[in-house]
Each structure stands twice: as C-alpha cells, then as structure tokens.
Design a protein around this ligand. Structure first.
Ligand code: ADP
Length: 634
C-alpha cells in the first residue's frame, strides 16, 4: 500500500508542472501581444517621421516651376538637405516629366538630370496620390519608401496641379533594432519569471502536498491498526479542515475498534466459559469459531479444525448434507464413543446465522454433553429388564415344581418335601432380592436415612468378624443370620480360616452401624462364597493420615480384569449361573457401593483371576476426633 510514488507521478510534480506551464503560456501570450503592438506603434511612428514639412514642399514646388533649372536644382538640393528626414533617408526630387532634379545622396549626384526608372514615381505624378512601399536589399536591409506628390500651391483645380514628386527612402534597421532589443529583454524577463515560477511552484506545491502526504501516512498507519498519530493542521483552509476530519476519523475508528475488540473479548470469554460446546461456521459450513469446550469434547485442537467442514468434524457427512442442516436445523444425537477412547454422547442443536435481509451467513452448532443422561436412561431400561428377568427365573422354576406337585407329586413322600424345599428356597431368594431392591431404591431416592454415630471401628469390625467365627463353629447359618438377610446358606456351610490383621488403636469413625454391618457382611459372605473349601480369609484394618482402610482378602476365584469395574453395577455377576446357584442376587456390591458413598468413603477391589480378591473400603477419619477413648476413660 505504501508503495513509493515516482516523482513524475506525484501531485507535487503535477502541480509544479501545471503552474510553470500556465506561467509560461501567459508570459508568452502577453509577450507576443506586447511585442506585436510595440512593433506596430514603432512602425507607425517611423512612417509618420518619413515626411517633408509642408513649407519645404512649397519651396520645392516653387523651384520645380522655375524656368531657371540649374539654380532651381541647387535650391532644391539645399532645401532637401534642410529636411530632418535627410539625415537618415535618401530624398530624391523628380519633376513632372520624370527627371531626377535633386538627391540627398551625395554618391548618387550623377543621377540628377536623368530620367527616373521608378514606375511608382510616375504613377504618383500621374495619380497625384502618395505611395508607400517596403523593400529589402542585401546592402541596405529593410527599407521604407514614401513618394509624395508635389503640388502647385497656387493651382486652383486638379488639372496640371502636380509639378513633381519627392521620393523618401529610409532604412528601417533602427526600428527593428529597437524591437529586437525589447524582445531580448522580454525573453530574459520570461526566463527569470520561469525560473522564479519553478521555485515558487515547488514551494506552493510542497505547501499543498505536505498536509496531503501527512494525511496519507496517517491513513496507512490507521490501516495497520495504529491510531496513535495525529495529522498536523497547517491552516484553516480546506486541507486544514480535511486534516481535522482525518484526526476525528482516527479517534472514531479507534473507539469503534476498541468497542468491537471489547465485544469480541466478551464473546470469547462467554464462549470460553460456556459448559456447552459452540461451533460457528461460514455459509459453506466451514468452521470459523470453536470454543474450548467443543475442542475438549472432540479431543482436537483449534488449528486442526478451523476451515474444516462441520459435517466432517462431527463425522456426519455420510448421513447429512449442509442443505439438510440449513433447511431443517435439526437436533441431532451423536455418539462419539467409538471415535474417542471414552464414552461421549452429544446433543447438537443447529441454528442459522441470518442477516436482516434474510441472507444466511452461517450456522451455529451448540453441543450439549448428554452422556450421563443417556447412560442413566440406558441403565434404567437395563435395570427394569434385569429385574423382570431376575424375578421371572425363580417364578418359572417355582411354577414348574408346583405344577409337578399338583399333578400328583405331593403324594410322593420322597419327592414332595424336596420340591417344597426348592420352592421355599426360591421364595427366600425372591424375598432377598426384593429387600435388596427396596434398600437400593431407598438409597437412590434418599428416603433411607443414614443415622450417623461415632463408632470405634476397631471394636465394631471385630464384633462382626466374631459372628462369622461363631457361625463357623456352630455351623448354623440360619441361627446367625437372624438379623442379617444377606448371610446366605451357601456361605454358612463352607469351611474357611478367618485371619485378622487389625490395628490395636481405637479408630473412632462416623458411620451408620446397621448399614455398614450390611456392607461388611456382604463382602465377607462373597469372600466365603467365592473361596474354595478351607480357604484363608484375611480381614485387615489400618489407618492412614486421614482415612481408615478396611479390607477383606480371599484365596478364591478372583475376578477377570475386564469385569473388575463392573462388579459394583446392579445385577452384574461374573458367573451368573454360579452366583444364582449360591443364592446371589447381584445387588450386594451395588448396595455396598451406595452405602459407602453415602458415608463419604470409597469401595474398590483388587483381584487376580484364580488367586483371589481383596475388597477395600476407605472411610474419612480425622485423628483429632479420636476423643471417644478419652470419654470412655472418663
Ligand atoms: P452376588 O449376590 O452375586 O454375590 P454381589 O453384588 O455381591 O452379588 O457380587 C457381584 C459379583 O461380583 C458376584 O456375582 C461375583 O461374580 C463377583 N464377586 C463378588 N465378590 C467376589 C469375590 N470375593 N471373589 C470373586 N468374585 C466376587
């Protein structure tokens, strides 16, 4: 933009050139007119000076009419020598017969008495009219000749009044010499005027172009975004007013720029802090703006997506065209779980960016993360289907047994008690399941109240484990399961070795005793259920800086790595048939997880398939509150 302008293209040069040309043309026209007038005036003056005074003419007439020719000729010679004009001009007197009677040219006295060769003189004598003529010869240069008829002063009529003529021939050198001098002076004056004109025009054009140049520079700076400069104001003329206008414009543009910049920053920060993703495209569907949230959703970088088609970015090019999005502005549900390494379902709302004229200048897509919503929807659907399935199995089995009994098996003393036992077991399992479901539902809805109290976890854990030891000794599962519907028969009948690695310190922790006992019972029962007969079960309790960690390890089946995170899901069982056979509902660990979460803790499992599993529960614990012991002592 700021290309160097060549001198000959500049306004500076053009103004100077016009100014000089104007000056020269004016000077030349005036000069030509002036010289021409002067020449005419000089020639006129010269011509009027080429004349004979009337009294000399009278004298010549008298002599021409004299009969004594020789004395008359001498008189005429004297007369013409007295004329002023004779100093420069040659005066020749001719009589009415055409004979030269006197001449002022001393070198030409021989012509006196000769006939004049000039036909002009003859015609003047004949016509009685003056005659004038211009001549030129190499010897004399330009000459002017005037022939004046000499009339008889006493003659009354026109006839025979002409007695002769006087021819005056004068060189015009002096006239033109004067003119040449004036022309020379004039040329020198024009040259000086021209040089002065150049100087003045340069000064003037500089004065005009300097503010223009400054305004040009300011405009270029403004185009670059630099509004700091101000144009100098040289005067109150149009250029001065233009400079003021440019300065005002610069301030206005800066303000407008700042306002739009502030607006842009505000928009940027709104977009950056939005929890929804936003993508804006041009009218061809190519991305022009994308916010951080959208970049995070799509696990991509700004520079990789700018200019890319939104169809490609959202991976919907096979199913939709840009026209579909523009015309229908649909709401789409897009699952990105396969493209990305985590689960992600987005709801994308499209809307148009439209000008007042109705012209569509782009598209805005707002991305909402509906993964959790979708997940809970799915879980709810799965849950309902699982519950129906889980209840149908025992019911079907019971129906077949009851049918067999009603078909006559009730009379068979061998089979009848066995069939009744199975139906009773299935009923128990259903009751357990319904109880578990109720517990879960209460935990989910928050209706199950958590009654927190400070409990010495050390003592409490030992108490629970004592029950299992007792159960082992008495081998009477049902007796020990009075208060605990989670202790299942299969667990009770198995032989195992229970080891304790429990800290001696009192650990006062805030828990809901009933619910926490249910959790430990479930973990212990699982450990027994999934252990081989005679397996060792180790119960540990230790404290860290601000947690207590309780764990139960077994030497059982273990859990495959792929299932390790799913065992806390509702109805999830690694081996469904086996779990069901052992009376499991698949809800125990799900309830445990909810209870531990309600107590502010965490439950997790570490397992090696075929070697055993360890279930851990960590609960928040602050040693400062370890005042329970002091109260006991007090
Ligand atoms: P269930 O009533 O089937 O035991 P849980 O919710 O208590 O239901 O356990 C879910 C699943 O986790 C069980 O079916 C089992 O496959 C697995 N599991 C739980 N504890 C153990 C363990 N100690 N050893 C191996 N697998 C276990």
């Amino acid at each position: 933009m700021n290309k160097k302008i060549r001198f000959f293209q500049s306004i500076h040069f053009k103004i100077a050139l016009v100014f000089i040309l104007l000056l020269l043309v004016t000077v030349e026209i005036i000069g030509a007119y002036f010289v021409r007038s002067l020449e005419q005036q000089n020639v006129e003056t010269f011509k009027t000076s080429i004349n004979l005074d009337p009294y000399l003419q009278e004298k010549l007439a008298t002599d021409l009419m004299s009969d004594n020719e020789s004395s008359a000729d001498d008189n005429m010679k004297i007369t013409i020598s007295q004329a002023d004009v004779a100093n420069t001009a040659t005066v020749v007197v001719v009589d009415d017969k055409g004979t030269v009677r006197a001449t002022s040219n001393l070198n030409d006295q021989s012509n006196v008495g000769q006939k004049s060769a000039s036909s002009n003189i003859k015609s003047v004598i004949y016509n009685g009219q003056s005659y004038e003529d211009y001549g030129y010869s190499d010897n004399t240069g330009s000459t002017y000749t005037r022939i004046i008829p000499i009339k008889n002063p006493n003659a009354t009529g026109d006839g025979n009044a002409i007695v002769g003529a006087v021819s005056i021939t004068a060189p015009m050198e002096s006239v033109y010499a004067n003119l040449n001098k004036i022309v020379k002076i004039f040329l020198i004056a024009s040259l000086v005027a021209g040089l002065l004109g150049i100087f003045i025009s340069i000064v003037i054009s500089r004065a005009i172009t300097r503010p223009i140049d400054e305004m040009k520079k300011q405009a270029i700076r403004m185009a670059r975004g630099d509004y700091s400069g101000q144009v100098r104001i040289y005067g109150q003329d149009e250029l001065g007013q233009l400079a003021v206008a440019v300065n005002n414009l610069s301030v206005r543009v800066e303000e407008a720029q700042e306002a739009s910049e502030a607006e842009r920053r505000r928009l940027d920060s709104v977009l950056a802090h939005m929890t929804d993703g936003v993508i804006a495209t041009d009218r061809r569907g190519n991305v022009i703006i994308i916010n951080e949230t959208a970049l995070d959703f799509l696990s991509t970088k700004n520079e990789d997506v700018i200019g890319v088609s939104i169809l490609k970015l959202l991976n919907i090019a096979q199913d939709y065209t840009l026209r579909d999005l523009l015309e229908n502005q649909k709401e789409l549900l897009l699952d990105f779980s396969q493209q990305l390494d985590h689960e992600l379902v987005l709801r994308v709302d499209f809307s148009l960016i439209q000008r007042e004229t109705g012209f569509i200048s782009g598209l805005v897509a707002v991305l909402h993360d509906v993964t959790e919503q979708q997940k809970s929807e799915r879980e709810r659907r799965e849950f309902v289907s699982n519950v129906s399935h889980e209840l149908r199995t025992p019911l079907t089995s019971m129906r077949s047994y009851i049918e067999a009994l009603s078909d006559g098996a009730w009379q068979d003393p061998e089979i009848a008690p066995q069939f009744l036992k199975v139906t009773q077991e299935e009923t128990d399992r259903m009751i357990r399941m319904i109880n578990d479901l109720l517990s879960l539902s209460r935990l989910d809805s928050g209706t199950s109240k958590i009654e927190l109290e400070y409990v010495n976890l050390n003592e409490f854990f030992n108490y629970i484990l004592d029950r299992f030891d007792m159960m082992l000794k008495t081998d009477n599962a049902r007796a020990s399961a009075d208060n605990n519907q989670h202790v299942q028969p299969a667990a009770a009948k198995k032989q195992y070795v229970l080891r304790r690695e429990i800290t001696k310190r009192d650990l006062w922790v805030e828990i809901d005793q009933d619910k926490f006992m249910q959790v430990i019972d479930n973990i212990m029962n699982n450990a027994i259920k999934y252990s081989p007969d005679g397996g060792v079960i180790t119960a540990r309790l230790l404290e860290t800086h601000n947690h207590v960690i309780l764990s139960v390890s077994d030497q059982g089946l273990g859990i495959p790595r792929s299932d390790i995170n799913k065992v806390f899901d509702r109805f999830y069982r690694v081996d469904k048939a086996r779990s069901r056979k052992q009376g499991g509902t698949g809800l125990g660990l799900a309830i445990s997880k909810e209870v531990v979460a309600a107590l502010g803790g965490r439950i997790w499992v570490d397992s090696q398939e075929g070697k055993g599993s360890t279930f851990y529960i960590s609960l928040p614990y602050s040693p400062i509150n370890d005042a329970g012991g002091d109260w006991d002592e007090a």
